[in-house]
Write a protein that binds this ligand. Structure first.
Ligand code: PLP
Length: 397
């Protein structure tokens, strides 16, 4: 059966050009960048060229880019690294309730170590409350960490405004841009960002490599001790092929961002329009305008997300009911609860994340499959039967 992949927020397929660029560093050009002979010097140069590319894409300086093993490591390093290094200034951190577990669980760990964390609310579309954010800043606040775009509902946060608030109060600002990098143009200087995390596998690069931008002058501690790689900020022999893959993928994505955005928006909006027209009792989660061009997240009343996913899988469709990292538990998504959904509505949610390899024909197949599956599942739902027979009244979604 043909696989139709609509889970690009979980991970993406490596671009052929990226794979070709990586190949020599896994086969012929395998020198250790720390070695002084020529094949070592060549790989060292390639790592530095990759750093230049990443810096250029973000409008940063090359010495502000550090390669990591993933987005989670970049998030951990930003939060723990900045917190530990600036402990003398204060112990208070501000984040939001809808962050990825890479941020939320890091904050929980920091709380155990004596840091204080405030978790800011979001509105019904998932946008952080800027007034609450500013009101929480106090003398001991050292860091604000708010994600660029949410991985479940696709909402894009007011990053520039947050950067301005952080600057006004002399607080560092980190953003987890794992879902935004490669999809949205990011200018760290214009946006007032002090630290930013990204991950290659979200934009057609390989898994297991990420990058952290930290503005020069911002003190942060390293998490991995060892050799002097990454200017002593991240020990470990460089993942040269991965780093080359990350930079190549980011470069390709940045050079085609306008056309990709237009294409993804067309697919997304066509899907949203059809779902709202063809299926009753649905709710689009996240902001209609301020959302990633690739994301559509719907709640379907009277539907269990897991059965929906299994039925889609039988038709060769890959999608997600929550973020890849939190699925595996039966708890409803913390993001959907934070935007005010009731548990039973949150449970019936489906995240579709489009990619440039999707065609309109794929989207038609997805829409037709969803209409059929949802009608069938509702026919089997006792709650739906109660509603049809007037024994159950619908409240607002
Ligand atoms: N942050 C966000 C918003 C994510 O969506 C993800 C992955 O889904 C991560 C961090 C973690 O990235 P990685 O899988 O590279 O560790």
């Amino acid at each position: 059966m043909k696989v139709r992949y609509f889970d690009n927020a979980a991970t993406t397929k490596v671009d052929e050009r990226v794979f070709e660029a990586m190949k020599p560093f896994l086969t012929t050009d395998y020198g250790n960048p720390s070695s002084i002979y020529s094949i070592g010097r060549e790989t060292k140069k390639k790592v530095e060229d990759s750093r230049d590319i990443v810096a250029k894409c973000l409008n940063a300086k090359s010495n502000e880019i550090y390669f990591t093993s993933c987005g989670s490591e970049a998030d951990n390093t930003a939060l723990k690294g900045i917190a530990y290094a600036n402990k003398n200034k204060g112990n208070h951190i501000i984040t939001s309730k809808i962050e990825h577990p890479a941020i939320l669980n890091t904050c929980k760990q920091l709380e155990k170590e004596g840091f204080e964390v405030s978790y800011i609310s979001v509105d019904k579309n998932g946008i952080v409350d800027l007034e609450e954010l500013e009101s929480k800043i106090k003398d001991t606040t050292i860091l604000i960490s708010i994600m660029y775009a949410n991985n479940e509902i696709g909402t894009i946060e007011p990053i520039k405004e947050i950067g301005q608030i952080a600057k006004k109060h002399n607080v560092f600002f980190h953003t987890d841009a794992v879902q935004a990098a490669g999809i949205i143009k990011i200018d760290v200087q214009d946006l007032g960002i002090d630290a930013l995390s990204l991950s290659a596998h979200k934009f057609h690069g390989p898994k297991g490599v990420g990058a952290l931008y930290v503005k020069s002058g911002v003190k942060f501690n390293n998490l991995i001790d060892g050799g002097h790689q990454e200017r002593s900020k991240r020990a470990g022999t460089e993942n040269v092929a991965g780093i080359v893959g990350l930079a190549t993928a980011l470069d390709i994505a940045y050079n085609s961002i306008e056309e990709n955005t237009k294409y993804l928006k067309e697919l997304r909006d066509y899907y949203i329009k059809n779902i709202e027209e063809k299926i009753k009792f649905v709710k689009l989660n996240g902001d209609r305008e301020k959302r990633l061009p690739s994301n559509a997240n719907f709640s379907f009343r009277f539907i269990e997300g897991e059965s929906l996913l299994l039925n889609l899988d039988l038709k060769g469709i890959c999608a997600s009911s929550g973020s890849a990292c939190t699925s595996g538990t039966l708890d409803p998504s913390h993001v959907l609860l934070a935007i005010g959904l009731k548990h039973e509505i949150a449970h019936g949610s489906l995240r579709v994340s489009f990619g440039i390899d999707n065609t309109k024909e794929d989207v038609d197949y997805l829409i037709d499959s969803l209409v059929e599956i949802i009608n069938r599942l509702r026919e089997m739902s006792p709650l739906y039967e109660d509603y049809v027979e007037g024994r159950y009244e619908l409240d607002e979604m």
